[in-house]
Design a protein around this ligand. Sequence first.
Ligand code: NAD
Length: 495
Amino acid sequence: MTTTFKNFIGGAWVEPAGGAYYENRNPADHDDLIGRFPRSSAADVQKAVESAKRGFDLWKRTPAPARGDALRRAGDILVRRKDEIADLMTREMGKPLAETKGDVQEGIDTAYYAATEGRRLFGHTVPSELRNKWAMSFRRPIGVCGIITPFNFPLAIPTWKIFPALLCGNSIVFKPAEDVPHTGHVFIEILLEAGVPPEVLQLVHGVGEEAGKAIVDHPEVPIVSFTGSTETGKLVGETCGRMHKRLSLEMGGKNAQIVLDDADLELALDGVLWGAFGTTGQRCTATSRLIVQSGVHDQFLGQLVDRVKKLKLGDGRKSGTDVGPMINEAAVRKTEHYVDVGQSEGADLLCGGRRATGKGLEKGWYFEPTIFARVQAGMRIEQEEIFGPVLSVIRVNTADEAFTINNDVKYGLSSSLYTRDVNLAFRALNELDNGITYVNAPTIGAEAHMPFGGVKQTGNGHREGGWEVYEFYSETKVGYVDFSGALQRAQIDNY
Ligand code: NAD
Protein backbone atom coordinates (compact mmCIF):
# COMPACT_ATOMS: atom_id res chain seq x y z
CA MET A 1 0.00 0.00 0.00
CA THR A 2 1.29 3.45 -0.93
CA THR A 3 1.91 5.81 1.98
CA THR A 4 0.50 9.29 1.60
CA PHE A 5 2.52 11.89 3.51
CA LYS A 6 1.32 15.24 4.85
CA ASN A 7 2.61 18.73 5.47
CA PHE A 8 3.30 19.87 9.03
CA ILE A 9 1.53 23.20 9.58
CA GLY A 10 -0.08 24.83 12.62
CA GLY A 11 1.20 22.10 14.95
CA ALA A 12 -0.44 19.21 13.06
CA TRP A 13 0.13 16.89 10.09
CA VAL A 14 -2.29 18.20 7.46
CA GLU A 15 -3.28 17.55 3.87
CA PRO A 16 -2.47 20.19 1.24
CA ALA A 17 -5.23 22.77 0.70
CA GLY A 18 -5.68 21.83 -2.96
CA GLY A 19 -5.63 18.07 -2.31
CA ALA A 20 -2.87 17.51 -4.92
CA TYR A 21 0.01 15.05 -4.48
CA TYR A 22 3.06 13.89 -6.41
CA GLU A 23 4.96 10.60 -6.41
CA ASN A 24 8.46 10.08 -5.08
CA ARG A 25 10.35 7.12 -6.56
CA ASN A 26 13.61 5.33 -5.88
CA PRO A 27 16.17 6.45 -8.52
CA ALA A 28 17.78 2.98 -8.43
CA ASP A 29 14.45 1.33 -9.26
CA HIS A 30 11.60 3.32 -10.85
CA ASP A 31 9.11 0.66 -9.79
CA ASP A 32 9.78 1.34 -6.13
CA LEU A 33 7.27 4.02 -5.09
CA ILE A 34 8.34 5.60 -1.78
CA GLY A 35 5.17 7.56 -1.27
CA ARG A 36 2.84 10.34 -2.34
CA PHE A 37 3.76 13.80 -1.06
CA PRO A 38 1.73 17.03 -0.95
CA ARG A 39 1.97 19.32 -3.94
CA SER A 40 1.41 22.44 -1.86
CA SER A 41 0.28 25.86 -3.05
CA ALA A 42 0.40 29.46 -1.86
CA ALA A 43 -2.63 28.70 0.36
CA ASP A 44 -0.60 26.15 2.33
CA VAL A 45 2.32 28.56 2.59
CA GLN A 46 -0.06 31.25 3.89
CA LYS A 47 -1.21 28.96 6.73
CA ALA A 48 2.37 27.93 7.42
CA VAL A 49 3.53 31.54 7.77
CA GLU A 50 0.62 32.41 10.10
CA SER A 51 1.53 29.49 12.33
CA ALA A 52 5.26 30.24 12.17
CA LYS A 53 4.57 33.79 13.40
CA ARG A 54 2.87 32.34 16.50
CA GLY A 55 5.76 29.93 16.89
CA PHE A 56 8.24 32.79 16.66
CA ASP A 57 6.52 34.70 19.48
CA LEU A 58 6.97 31.72 21.76
CA TRP A 59 10.42 30.57 20.69
CA LYS A 60 12.13 33.97 20.75
CA ARG A 61 11.31 34.15 24.49
CA THR A 62 12.86 30.75 25.18
CA PRO A 63 16.41 31.25 26.51
CA ALA A 64 19.06 30.40 23.95
CA PRO A 65 20.69 27.69 26.15
CA ALA A 66 17.27 25.99 26.41
CA ARG A 67 16.87 26.21 22.63
CA GLY A 68 20.31 24.63 22.39
CA ASP A 69 19.20 21.77 24.69
CA ALA A 70 16.44 20.87 22.20
CA LEU A 71 19.01 20.77 19.39
CA ARG A 72 21.29 18.54 21.45
CA ARG A 73 18.39 16.13 21.89
CA ALA A 74 17.82 16.27 18.11
CA GLY A 75 21.49 15.28 17.68
CA ASP A 76 20.98 12.36 20.09
CA ILE A 77 17.95 11.14 18.10
CA LEU A 78 19.93 11.38 14.86
CA VAL A 79 22.63 9.21 16.46
CA ARG A 80 19.99 6.65 17.45
CA ARG A 81 18.29 6.63 14.03
CA LYS A 82 21.39 7.07 11.87
CA ASP A 83 21.27 3.73 10.00
CA GLU A 84 17.53 3.90 9.41
CA ILE A 85 17.71 7.47 8.05
CA ALA A 86 20.71 6.64 5.85
CA ASP A 87 18.78 3.75 4.35
CA LEU A 88 15.67 5.79 3.54
CA MET A 89 17.83 8.60 2.19
CA THR A 90 19.69 6.26 -0.17
CA ARG A 91 16.35 4.85 -1.24
CA GLU A 92 15.09 8.27 -2.27
CA MET A 93 18.20 9.87 -3.74
CA GLY A 94 20.59 7.06 -4.62
CA LYS A 95 24.03 7.76 -3.14
CA PRO A 96 25.66 4.76 -1.40
CA LEU A 97 24.99 4.08 2.27
CA ALA A 98 28.48 5.14 3.38
CA GLU A 99 27.68 8.58 1.92
CA THR A 100 24.20 8.89 3.40
CA LYS A 101 25.58 7.85 6.79
CA GLY A 102 28.09 10.66 6.33
CA ASP A 103 25.19 12.97 5.52
CA VAL A 104 23.49 12.07 8.81
CA GLN A 105 26.79 12.43 10.68
CA GLU A 106 27.12 15.96 9.30
CA GLY A 107 23.69 16.66 10.79
CA ILE A 108 24.76 15.22 14.15
CA ASP A 109 27.92 17.35 14.23
CA THR A 110 25.91 20.44 13.26
CA ALA A 111 23.39 19.75 16.04
CA TYR A 112 26.04 19.46 18.73
CA TYR A 113 27.84 22.57 17.51
CA ALA A 114 24.53 24.50 17.53
CA ALA A 115 23.66 23.21 21.00
CA THR A 116 26.79 24.74 22.51
CA GLU A 117 26.32 27.98 20.59
CA GLY A 118 23.25 28.55 22.78
CA ARG A 119 25.68 29.35 25.58
CA ARG A 120 27.68 31.78 23.43
CA LEU A 121 25.87 33.87 20.78
CA PHE A 122 28.35 36.53 21.77
CA GLY A 123 27.83 40.22 21.54
CA HIS A 124 30.37 42.85 22.52
CA THR A 125 30.61 45.17 25.50
CA VAL A 126 32.92 48.05 24.66
CA PRO A 127 34.00 51.24 26.41
CA SER A 128 31.68 54.20 25.87
CA GLU A 129 33.00 57.57 24.72
CA LEU A 130 31.30 59.08 27.75
CA ARG A 131 31.58 58.70 31.50
CA ASN A 132 29.17 56.40 33.38
CA LYS A 133 27.74 54.95 30.25
CA TRP A 134 27.83 51.42 28.88
CA ALA A 135 27.80 50.43 25.22
CA MET A 136 27.03 46.89 24.16
CA SER A 137 25.81 44.83 21.24
CA PHE A 138 23.80 41.62 21.41
CA ARG A 139 22.00 39.30 19.03
CA ARG A 140 18.26 39.11 18.40
CA PRO A 141 16.24 36.65 16.34
CA ILE A 142 14.71 37.90 13.10
CA GLY A 143 11.42 36.08 12.51
CA VAL A 144 10.03 33.47 10.13
CA CYS A 145 12.82 31.91 8.03
CA GLY A 146 12.08 30.44 4.60
CA ILE A 147 14.32 27.40 4.10
CA ILE A 148 14.67 25.97 0.58
CA THR A 149 17.05 23.09 -0.03
CA PRO A 150 18.38 20.87 -2.86
CA PHE A 151 18.28 17.09 -3.28
CA ASN A 152 21.92 16.10 -2.95
CA PHE A 153 22.37 16.41 0.83
CA PRO A 154 18.82 15.72 1.99
CA LEU A 155 19.58 15.92 5.70
CA ALA A 156 22.91 17.74 6.07
CA ILE A 157 21.93 20.90 4.16
CA PRO A 158 18.59 21.35 6.00
CA THR A 159 20.46 20.93 9.32
CA TRP A 160 23.07 23.53 8.27
CA LYS A 161 20.23 26.01 7.95
CA ILE A 162 17.55 24.94 10.41
CA PHE A 163 19.72 24.26 13.47
CA PRO A 164 21.35 27.72 13.52
CA ALA A 165 18.04 29.38 12.55
CA LEU A 166 16.34 27.73 15.54
CA LEU A 167 19.23 28.31 17.90
CA CYS A 168 19.03 32.04 17.16
CA GLY A 169 15.32 31.99 18.09
CA ASN A 170 13.64 32.05 14.67
CA SER A 171 10.79 29.88 13.45
CA ILE A 172 10.89 28.12 10.09
CA VAL A 173 8.94 27.28 6.98
CA PHE A 174 10.88 24.47 5.29
CA LYS A 175 10.46 23.23 1.72
CA PRO A 176 12.74 20.30 0.90
CA ALA A 177 13.62 19.46 -2.72
CA GLU A 178 10.81 17.55 -4.43
CA ASP A 179 13.03 14.46 -4.90
CA VAL A 180 13.86 14.05 -1.19
CA PRO A 181 10.68 14.78 0.79
CA HIS A 182 10.88 11.64 2.92
CA THR A 183 14.10 12.75 4.60
CA GLY A 184 12.49 16.16 5.20
CA HIS A 185 9.51 14.47 6.83
CA VAL A 186 11.71 12.44 9.18
CA PHE A 187 13.77 15.51 10.08
CA ILE A 188 10.66 17.35 11.27
CA GLU A 189 9.58 14.29 13.29
CA ILE A 190 12.96 14.36 15.01
CA LEU A 191 12.80 18.07 15.84
CA LEU A 192 9.33 17.57 17.34
CA GLU A 193 10.48 14.62 19.41
CA ALA A 194 13.45 16.70 20.58
CA GLY A 195 11.03 19.23 22.06
CA VAL A 196 10.99 22.08 19.54
CA PRO A 197 7.46 23.55 19.95
CA PRO A 198 5.20 22.49 17.04
CA GLU A 199 4.36 25.92 15.68
CA VAL A 200 8.04 26.81 15.42
CA LEU A 201 8.32 24.21 12.62
CA GLN A 202 6.41 24.12 9.36
CA LEU A 203 7.05 21.60 6.61
CA VAL A 204 5.57 22.45 3.21
CA HIS A 205 6.25 19.90 0.50
CA GLY A 206 5.97 20.66 -3.18
CA VAL A 207 7.34 21.98 -6.41
CA GLY A 208 9.83 24.85 -6.42
CA GLU A 209 7.92 27.16 -8.76
CA GLU A 210 4.79 26.75 -6.60
CA ALA A 211 5.49 26.17 -2.88
CA GLY A 212 9.09 27.41 -2.98
CA LYS A 213 8.19 30.57 -4.85
CA ALA A 214 5.26 31.26 -2.49
CA ILE A 215 7.65 31.17 0.49
CA VAL A 216 10.09 33.57 -1.17
CA ASP A 217 7.25 35.91 -2.23
CA HIS A 218 5.57 36.01 1.17
CA PRO A 219 5.91 39.47 2.75
CA GLU A 220 6.03 38.06 6.28
CA VAL A 221 9.05 35.86 5.64
CA PRO A 222 11.84 38.41 6.22
CA ILE A 223 14.73 35.98 5.79
CA VAL A 224 15.35 33.28 3.17
CA SER A 225 18.09 30.70 2.97
CA PHE A 226 18.39 28.96 -0.38
CA THR A 227 20.72 26.25 -1.66
CA GLY A 228 20.32 25.08 -5.24
CA SER A 229 21.27 26.02 -8.77
CA THR A 230 22.55 29.45 -9.74
CA GLU A 231 19.61 29.85 -12.16
CA THR A 232 17.02 29.33 -9.42
CA GLY A 233 19.05 31.36 -6.93
CA LYS A 234 18.97 34.29 -9.32
CA LEU A 235 15.15 34.26 -9.33
CA VAL A 236 15.07 34.00 -5.55
CA GLY A 237 17.59 36.83 -5.28
CA GLU A 238 15.59 39.15 -7.52
CA THR A 239 12.49 38.79 -5.36
CA CYS A 240 14.37 39.10 -2.09
CA GLY A 241 16.22 42.17 -3.35
CA ARG A 242 12.98 43.85 -4.36
CA MET A 243 11.40 43.03 -1.00
CA HIS A 244 14.50 43.91 1.08
CA LYS A 245 14.78 40.43 2.56
CA ARG A 246 17.85 39.01 4.18
CA LEU A 247 19.04 36.24 1.86
CA SER A 248 21.71 33.56 1.87
CA LEU A 249 22.41 31.93 -1.49
CA GLU A 250 24.54 28.80 -1.90
CA MET A 251 24.62 27.81 -5.56
CA GLY A 252 26.50 26.03 -8.32
CA GLY A 253 30.15 25.17 -8.81
CA LYS A 254 32.70 24.20 -11.47
CA ASN A 255 35.45 23.00 -9.18
CA ALA A 256 38.94 22.08 -10.29
CA GLN A 257 41.55 19.72 -8.95
CA ILE A 258 45.05 20.80 -10.01
CA VAL A 259 47.78 18.14 -10.18
CA LEU A 260 51.32 19.43 -10.60
CA ASP A 261 54.39 17.52 -11.74
CA ASP A 262 55.72 17.13 -8.19
CA ALA A 263 52.45 15.74 -6.75
CA ASP A 264 51.99 12.42 -4.98
CA LEU A 265 50.14 10.86 -7.91
CA GLU A 266 48.54 7.98 -5.99
CA LEU A 267 47.08 10.46 -3.52
CA ALA A 268 45.90 12.71 -6.34
CA LEU A 269 44.29 9.74 -8.06
CA ASP A 270 42.30 8.76 -4.99
CA GLY A 271 41.32 12.41 -4.62
CA VAL A 272 39.96 12.88 -8.12
CA LEU A 273 38.07 9.57 -8.11
CA TRP A 274 36.25 10.56 -4.95
CA GLY A 275 35.86 14.21 -5.92
CA ALA A 276 34.51 13.59 -9.42
CA PHE A 277 32.40 10.47 -9.00
CA GLY A 278 31.31 10.49 -5.35
CA THR A 279 27.56 11.23 -5.15
CA THR A 280 27.60 10.48 -8.90
CA GLY A 281 29.11 13.91 -9.48
CA GLN A 282 26.03 15.57 -8.01
CA ARG A 283 27.77 17.70 -5.40
CA CYS A 284 28.15 21.44 -5.43
CA THR A 285 31.82 20.78 -4.61
CA ALA A 286 32.25 17.93 -7.13
CA THR A 287 35.49 17.91 -9.11
CA SER A 288 34.30 18.61 -12.63
CA ARG A 289 37.64 19.84 -13.98
CA LEU A 290 41.03 18.17 -13.64
CA ILE A 291 43.94 20.43 -14.52
CA VAL A 292 47.16 18.43 -14.96
CA GLN A 293 50.69 19.63 -15.59
CA SER A 294 52.23 18.26 -18.79
CA GLY A 295 55.07 16.30 -17.12
CA VAL A 296 52.63 13.86 -15.49
CA HIS A 297 49.56 14.38 -17.69
CA ASP A 298 49.68 11.23 -19.84
CA GLN A 299 50.69 8.88 -17.04
CA PHE A 300 48.09 10.28 -14.65
CA LEU A 301 45.30 10.18 -17.19
CA GLY A 302 46.07 6.57 -18.13
CA GLN A 303 45.93 5.47 -14.50
CA LEU A 304 42.76 7.46 -13.93
CA VAL A 305 40.88 5.90 -16.84
CA ASP A 306 41.88 2.40 -15.61
CA ARG A 307 40.56 3.14 -12.15
CA VAL A 308 37.33 4.74 -13.42
CA LYS A 309 36.51 1.73 -15.57
CA LYS A 310 36.64 -0.41 -12.43
CA LEU A 311 34.09 1.67 -10.48
CA LYS A 312 31.03 -0.43 -9.70
CA LEU A 313 27.69 1.17 -10.50
CA GLY A 314 24.63 -0.02 -8.66
CA ASP A 315 22.00 0.41 -6.03
CA GLY A 316 23.52 2.43 -3.20
CA ARG A 317 21.85 0.13 -0.68
CA LYS A 318 23.84 -2.87 -1.93
CA SER A 319 27.32 -3.50 -0.60
CA GLY A 320 30.14 -3.08 -3.10
CA THR A 321 28.48 -0.19 -4.93
CA ASP A 322 30.89 2.68 -5.64
CA VAL A 323 28.58 4.92 -7.69
CA GLY A 324 24.79 5.12 -7.37
CA PRO A 325 22.19 6.36 -9.83
CA MET A 326 21.53 9.98 -10.76
CA ILE A 327 18.57 11.68 -9.14
CA ASN A 328 16.05 11.52 -12.01
CA GLU A 329 15.49 11.25 -15.74
CA ALA A 330 15.99 14.99 -16.29
CA ALA A 331 19.46 14.79 -14.71
CA VAL A 332 20.42 11.90 -17.02
CA ARG A 333 19.19 13.85 -20.05
CA LYS A 334 21.13 16.94 -19.02
CA THR A 335 24.30 14.85 -18.70
CA GLU A 336 23.70 13.23 -22.11
CA HIS A 337 23.29 16.69 -23.57
CA TYR A 338 26.66 17.81 -22.19
CA VAL A 339 28.35 14.70 -23.60
CA ASP A 340 27.06 15.77 -27.02
CA VAL A 341 28.30 19.30 -26.38
CA GLY A 342 31.77 18.01 -25.40
CA GLN A 343 32.04 15.88 -28.52
CA SER A 344 30.91 18.67 -30.78
CA GLU A 345 33.48 20.96 -29.15
CA GLY A 346 36.22 18.50 -30.12
CA ALA A 347 37.13 17.02 -26.73
CA ASP A 348 38.19 13.35 -26.57
CA LEU A 349 35.73 11.04 -24.86
CA LEU A 350 37.98 8.55 -23.04
CA CYS A 351 35.34 6.56 -21.18
CA GLY A 352 31.65 6.55 -20.31
CA GLY A 353 29.45 9.05 -22.08
CA ARG A 354 26.17 7.16 -22.00
CA ARG A 355 23.44 5.71 -19.83
CA ALA A 356 24.67 2.65 -18.00
CA THR A 357 22.83 -0.51 -18.83
CA GLY A 358 23.44 -4.04 -17.69
CA LYS A 359 22.34 -6.42 -15.01
CA GLY A 360 20.67 -4.73 -12.07
CA LEU A 361 20.74 -1.29 -13.72
CA GLU A 362 17.68 -1.64 -15.97
CA LYS A 363 15.26 0.22 -13.75
CA GLY A 364 17.49 3.01 -12.51
CA TRP A 365 18.77 6.38 -13.71
CA TYR A 366 22.38 5.27 -14.15
CA PHE A 367 25.06 7.08 -16.11
CA GLU A 368 28.56 5.81 -16.81
CA PRO A 369 31.43 7.74 -15.19
CA THR A 370 32.71 9.88 -18.02
CA ILE A 371 36.08 11.48 -18.80
CA PHE A 372 36.83 14.00 -21.51
CA ALA A 373 40.47 14.73 -22.37
CA ARG A 374 41.97 17.49 -24.57
CA VAL A 375 39.53 19.93 -23.09
CA GLN A 376 40.42 23.53 -23.78
CA ALA A 377 39.80 26.45 -21.44
CA GLY A 378 36.62 28.20 -22.53
CA MET A 379 34.79 25.13 -23.85
CA ARG A 380 31.28 24.80 -22.47
CA ILE A 381 32.10 21.51 -20.72
CA GLU A 382 34.91 23.39 -19.01
CA GLN A 383 32.76 26.37 -18.01
CA GLU A 384 29.23 25.13 -17.21
CA GLU A 385 27.99 23.09 -14.27
CA ILE A 386 26.87 19.64 -15.49
CA PHE A 387 26.07 18.17 -12.07
CA GLY A 388 26.72 14.63 -13.17
CA PRO A 389 29.60 12.12 -13.38
CA VAL A 390 31.56 13.98 -16.06
CA LEU A 391 35.17 15.09 -15.67
CA SER A 392 36.91 17.48 -18.09
CA VAL A 393 40.70 17.16 -18.22
CA ILE A 394 42.85 20.13 -19.20
CA ARG A 395 46.61 20.00 -19.81
CA VAL A 396 48.78 22.92 -18.63
CA ASN A 397 52.48 23.71 -18.64
CA THR A 398 52.81 25.74 -15.45
CA ALA A 399 51.20 26.25 -12.07
CA ASP A 400 50.32 29.82 -13.01
CA GLU A 401 48.48 28.63 -16.09
CA ALA A 402 46.56 26.19 -13.88
CA PHE A 403 45.64 28.98 -11.45
CA THR A 404 44.38 31.18 -14.30
CA ILE A 405 42.20 28.38 -15.68
CA ASN A 406 40.88 27.58 -12.22
CA ASN A 407 39.81 31.20 -11.79
CA ASP A 408 38.42 31.77 -15.25
CA VAL A 409 34.89 30.46 -14.62
CA LYS A 410 31.84 32.24 -13.26
CA TYR A 411 31.67 29.98 -10.18
CA GLY A 412 33.92 29.98 -7.13
CA LEU A 413 33.11 27.26 -4.63
CA SER A 414 36.08 24.95 -4.05
CA SER A 415 39.45 24.09 -5.56
CA SER A 416 42.17 21.59 -4.82
CA LEU A 417 45.91 21.56 -5.40
CA TYR A 418 48.20 18.54 -5.29
CA THR A 419 51.84 19.54 -4.86
CA ARG A 420 54.75 18.96 -2.50
CA ASP A 421 55.90 22.59 -2.79
CA VAL A 422 54.86 24.30 0.42
CA ASN A 423 55.48 27.80 -0.90
CA LEU A 424 53.26 27.17 -3.90
CA ALA A 425 50.57 25.68 -1.67
CA PHE A 426 50.34 28.87 0.37
CA ARG A 427 50.42 31.00 -2.77
CA ALA A 428 47.47 28.98 -4.07
CA LEU A 429 45.46 29.72 -0.93
CA ASN A 430 45.82 33.40 -1.76
CA GLU A 431 45.42 33.23 -5.52
CA LEU A 432 42.68 30.69 -6.22
CA ASP A 433 39.31 32.47 -6.38
CA ASN A 434 37.19 30.07 -4.36
CA GLY A 435 35.50 30.02 -0.98
CA ILE A 436 37.45 26.87 -0.07
CA THR A 437 40.84 25.58 -1.26
CA TYR A 438 42.15 22.15 -0.29
CA VAL A 439 45.84 21.29 -0.46
CA ASN A 440 46.56 17.62 -1.11
CA ALA A 441 42.89 16.74 -0.60
CA PRO A 442 39.96 16.61 -3.02
CA THR A 443 37.52 19.44 -3.75
CA ILE A 444 34.98 17.91 -1.36
CA GLY A 445 35.25 17.51 2.39
CA ALA A 446 33.74 20.43 4.28
CA GLU A 447 33.73 20.17 8.07
CA ALA A 448 30.68 21.18 10.10
CA HIS A 449 32.47 23.70 12.32
CA MET A 450 34.05 25.65 9.46
CA PRO A 451 32.40 28.33 7.31
CA PHE A 452 31.21 26.93 3.98
CA GLY A 453 30.38 28.81 0.80
CA GLY A 454 31.69 30.24 -2.43
CA VAL A 455 32.52 33.45 -4.28
CA LYS A 456 31.32 34.91 -7.60
CA GLN A 457 28.15 33.23 -8.97
CA THR A 458 28.29 30.51 -6.31
CA GLY A 459 27.07 32.68 -3.48
CA ASN A 460 26.15 36.12 -2.24
CA GLY A 461 28.74 36.51 0.47
CA HIS A 462 27.20 34.58 3.36
CA ARG A 463 28.58 31.35 4.75
CA GLU A 464 26.90 28.26 6.17
CA GLY A 465 28.46 26.27 8.98
CA GLY A 466 30.90 27.30 11.66
CA TRP A 467 30.44 30.52 13.57
CA GLU A 468 29.57 32.75 10.60
CA VAL A 469 26.10 31.31 9.97
CA TYR A 470 24.90 32.65 13.35
CA GLU A 471 25.48 36.16 12.06
CA PHE A 472 23.07 35.45 9.22
CA TYR A 473 20.22 34.16 11.40
CA SER A 474 20.39 36.96 13.98
CA GLU A 475 20.26 40.70 13.97
CA THR A 476 22.77 42.85 15.84
CA LYS A 477 21.15 45.18 18.31
CA VAL A 478 23.03 47.84 20.21
CA GLY A 479 22.16 49.03 23.72
CA TYR A 480 23.50 52.11 25.51
CA VAL A 481 22.89 52.60 29.23
CA ASP A 482 23.71 56.03 30.60
CA PHE A 483 23.90 55.98 34.41
CA SER A 484 25.45 59.44 34.84
CA GLY A 485 22.15 61.09 35.74
CA ALA A 486 22.89 63.96 33.33
CA LEU A 487 22.42 64.58 29.65
CA GLN A 488 25.66 63.53 27.99
CA ARG A 489 25.83 64.32 24.31
CA ALA A 490 27.57 61.95 21.90
CA GLN A 491 28.34 63.07 18.34
CA ILE A 492 29.01 66.56 19.69
CA ASP A 493 32.41 68.17 19.83
CA ASN A 494 32.94 68.21 23.62
CA TYR A 495 36.59 69.11 23.46
P1 NAD B 1 17.32 23.52 -7.86
O1 NAD B 1 17.75 24.93 -8.02
O2 NAD B 1 16.62 22.87 -8.98
O3 NAD B 1 16.34 23.39 -6.61
C1 NAD B 1 16.73 23.78 -5.31
C2 NAD B 1 15.49 24.04 -4.49
O4 NAD B 1 14.85 25.21 -5.00
C3 NAD B 1 14.44 22.93 -4.53
O5 NAD B 1 13.85 22.78 -3.26
C4 NAD B 1 13.43 23.47 -5.54
O6 NAD B 1 12.14 22.95 -5.34
C5 NAD B 1 13.47 24.95 -5.22
N1 NAD B 1 13.00 25.84 -6.28
C6 NAD B 1 12.98 25.63 -7.61
N2 NAD B 1 12.46 26.70 -8.26
C7 NAD B 1 12.16 27.61 -7.30
C8 NAD B 1 11.61 28.93 -7.34
N3 NAD B 1 11.27 29.52 -8.49
N4 NAD B 1 11.45 29.58 -6.18
C9 NAD B 1 11.80 29.01 -5.01
N5 NAD B 1 12.31 27.77 -4.91
C10 NAD B 1 12.50 27.08 -6.05
O7 NAD B 1 18.63 22.68 -7.44
P2 NAD B 1 18.80 21.11 -7.26
O8 NAD B 1 18.76 20.45 -8.59
O9 NAD B 1 17.90 20.58 -6.19
O10 NAD B 1 20.28 21.05 -6.69
C11 NAD B 1 21.40 21.11 -7.51
C12 NAD B 1 22.05 22.48 -7.48
O11 NAD B 1 22.29 22.87 -6.14
C13 NAD B 1 23.40 22.50 -8.16
O12 NAD B 1 23.52 23.67 -8.92
C14 NAD B 1 24.38 22.51 -7.00
O13 NAD B 1 25.65 23.04 -7.29
C15 NAD B 1 23.64 23.33 -6.00
N6 NAD B 1 24.12 23.08 -4.64
C16 NAD B 1 24.86 24.06 -4.04
C17 NAD B 1 25.37 23.85 -2.77
C18 NAD B 1 26.19 24.92 -2.09
O14 NAD B 1 26.30 24.89 -0.88
N7 NAD B 1 26.77 25.86 -2.83
C19 NAD B 1 25.11 22.65 -2.10
C20 NAD B 1 24.35 21.68 -2.75
C21 NAD B 1 23.85 21.91 -4.02
